[in-house]
Design a protein around this ligand. Structure first.
Ligand code: PEP
Ligand code: MN
Length: 293
């Protein structure tokens, strides 16, 4: 007898079929991002700058994170900034840079889409589209992403419960797109010493309730560069299928979120530690294919 209230609401207790639920599909869903599979025994690391700033910045960062073992490149072209006066991203120019760097490094790319009107454009360049924390309950956007065929990285709303998070994912699956990755990125609590409170208990909870892969964002989850390695290791240990983290070739010059971005050496060191943790729990971090550059 299931006693978890989430389960009762999301799937049990109701006759409405719930596509995200483990009860509907007991096998883990594997999300395939242009050949990189998330949700299997591999732990997949997604790394890159908060925002695409320039060709040099993206290329230098991508090449280095790839050498350290990242399998997917991140970088925002449309940025949801808290202040309208902050750098808003390069827009389509940023998307073009992402697809060029994908060609040069072989790394699939993930980038955020903020508006229903951008879904087609962003899907034309990206290998996976990201729906950010601020848009987790933008239902028209979720539906639009669900109507496409690109994998979707759905970030937990900063004020969303696990149940609301799963219901948001349900909107995407309900439109026919089952390639969804859930991302825990920290929630708002009374605590102010970190940017958000990284809810690592959501990882085993989501894995128990749903068949979808779960990854963790320790960068936005803490807002503190020095804490990112510790929380990354903890996330892998509690069963995350991957991590998405901010890495910049010159964090002190970053136009966005430099204070929570690892530099290239810190990332390389963390990757070597993560490989050991993955091995200890019977999983692995596979290096990318030999680089085309
Ligand atoms: C991001 O990953 O670029 C981002 C803006 O994160 P979040 O939506 O979790 O704040
Ligand atoms: Mn950021």
């Amino acid at each position: 007898m299931e006693t978890n209230p989430c389960n009762n609401h999301v799937n049990g207790g109701s006759s409405i079929p719930s596509r995200v639920s483990r009860k509907t599909n007991s096998d883990n869903t594997i999300v395939n991002i242009n050949g990189v599979k998330v949700g299997g025994s591999d732990i997949v690391i997604i790394a890159g700058p908060c925002a695409v700033e320039s060709r040099e910045q993206l290329f230098e960062t991508a090449r280095a994170v790839r050498m350290s073992g990242a399998r997917i490149l991140r970088g925002g072209a449309f940025k949801p900034r808290s202040s309208p006066y902050n750098f808003q991203g390069l827009g389509e120019e940023g998307l073009k840079l992402l697809s060029q760097i994908r060609k040069e490094t072989g790394l699939p790319v993930v980038t955020e889409v903020m508006d229903t009107r951008q879904v087609e454009l962003v899907s034309g360049y990206a290998d996976m589209i990201q729906i950010g924390s601020r848009n987790m309950q933008n239902y028209p956007l979720l539906k639009e992403a669900g109507m496409g065929r690109k994998p979707v990285l759905l970030k937990r709303g900063m004020m969303a419960t696990v149940e609301e998070f799963l219901l948001a994912a349900e909107y995407i699956l309900n439109q026919g797109n089952e390639q969804v990755i859930l991302c825990e990125r920290g929630i708002r609590t009374f605590e102010t010493s970190t940017r958000n409170t990284l809810d690592l208990s959501a990882v085993p909870m989501l894995k128990r309730l749903s068949h979808l892969p779960v990854i963790v964002d320790p960068s936005h989850g803490t807002g503190l560069r020095w804490m990112v390695p510790a929380m990354s290791k903890a996330a892998v240990a509690v069963g995350a299928d991957g991590l998405i983290m901010e890495v910049h070739f010159k964090p002190e010059e970053a136009l966005c979120d430099g204070y929570q971005s690892l530099n290239l050496d810190e990332f390389a060191q963390l990757m070597s530690d993560l490989k050991k943790i993955a091995r200890a729990i019977g999983r692995k971090i596979t290096l990318p294919e030999p680089s085309p550059v």
